[in-house]
Design a protein around this ligand. Structure first.
Ligand code: TYM
Length: 332
């Protein structure tokens, strides 16, 4: 590896991803495999920063692994693994925590949001979450990190941590760049299009899950909050329509001008139905492939075991060099 640029990204094991996860991140991961060396990871260690039910976490992690494969991650081309299987992430996290400032972590908007949502469990892991994310990325010296807009601040912190380490101990870490899609980097809630679409939304109509069946997807699109006008155009102030246009553009490959002429003279009802149908049809192969893969537990195990071995071998080399650089005695 390393003659091509290296990509790293991760996703939390929520079981079934939202359309936001899919459009903003995961759907871009597959096509990158031909041009780059890619490493992708289901981040179960990040997931436990909020309380999880153990049996559900285990099931969701397996589902997420299979779902990434169903979304086009090819284990022959990329390294695909489960974060907790590769101990170097936790080990590097400790080193990076000691090179991250309390003030920096306090400024993270996701920490502020999540601590407000879970006031009874503002744990230290939730606080140091971005340092573990930096460890994920820096353990492989990734060049590019494909994420949605909501992860930009965390990535900025990972860059700062890498730069600070390099200043203290000599040039070592690659300073990673965010890789953010032009369309769909922030898919909004269908019920409040000023908020991002998020699995934790209490209103199920706000979120399309990529394993939702066709009727459910159409129903959610039909109920999407729009405005009191009637024109299908992408314009400031039309948050609901802008969001539906973004979704439609992402799954059909059409641009906004094409969409505006396609629906000129038509009503919101027609447009919402077309969006729902296009999304459902686009996701149909993902659902079919997921249903096939999730039945084959032995194959999944073979894939994630092999993925973890490769990831461990790779990241262990980085970690050993880091240990040496900071002054730990070489073990061998
Ligand atoms: P997570 O699991 O919340 O989301 C996974 C990916 O989906 C993107 N995303 C969205 N994109 C557009 N619109 C939305 N509404 C939307 N919601 C989510 C996220 O930006 C992300 O790219 N901390 C990370 C996981 C992580 C990671 C990493 C990512 C751990 N280590 C190292 C990159 C590199 C997270 O919780 O993503």
């Amino acid at each position: 590896m390393k003659d091509k640029k290296l990509i790293f990204s991760g996703i939390q094991p929520t079981g079934t991803f939202t359309l936001g996860n899919y459009i903003g991140a995961v759907r871009n991961w597959g096509p990158l495999q031909d041009e780059y060396d890619c490493i992708y990871c289901v981040v179960d260690m990040h997931a436990i920063t909020v309380r999880q039910e153990p049996a559900k976490l285990r099931q969701n992690t397996l589902n997420s692994y299979a779902l990434l494969m169903a979304c086009g991650i090819d284990v022959e081309k990329s390294i695909l693994f489960i974060q907790s299987h590769v101990k170097t992430h936790a080990e590097l996290n400790w080193i990076l925590c000691c090179n991250t400032q309390f003030g920096e972590l306090s400024r993270m908007t996701q920490f502020k949001d999540k601590s407000q949502r879970h006031p009874d469990d503002v744990n230290a892991g939730l606080f140091t979450y971005p340092s573990l994310m930096a460890a994920d990325i820096l353990a492989y010296n990734a060049d590019l990190v494909p994420v949605g807009v909501d992860q930009k601040q965390h990535l900025e912190l990972a860059r700062n941590i890498a730069q600070r380490f390099n200043q203290r101990y000599g040039e070592f870490f690659t300073v990673p760049e965010p890789y953010i899609a032009e369309v769909g980097a922030k898919v909004m809630s269908l019920q409040d299009p000023t908020k991002k679409m998020s699995k934790s939304d209490e209103n199920p109509n706000a979120v399309i899950l990529i394993l939702d069946d066709k009727d459910t997807i159409i129903r959610k699109c039909r109920r999407a909050v729009t405005d009191s006008e009637s024109e299908i155009v992408y314009r400031e102030g039309k948050d609901g329509i802008n969001n539906l246009m973004t979704i439609y553009a992402s799954v059909t490959g059409k641009n906004f001008a094409d969409i505006e002429s396609e629906f000129s003279g038509k009503g919101y009802g027609d447009f919402k139905l077309a969006v729902g149908e296009a999304v459902a049809d686009h996701l149909e192969p993902v659902r079919t492939e997921f249903a096939r893969l999730i039945k084959d537990k032995a194959y999944l195990k073979q894939c994630y075991t092999a993925g973890a071995e490769k990831a461990l071998r790779y990241s262990q080399r980085t970690l050993s060099k880091v240990y040496h650089k900071i002054g730990f005695v070489d073990r061998v």
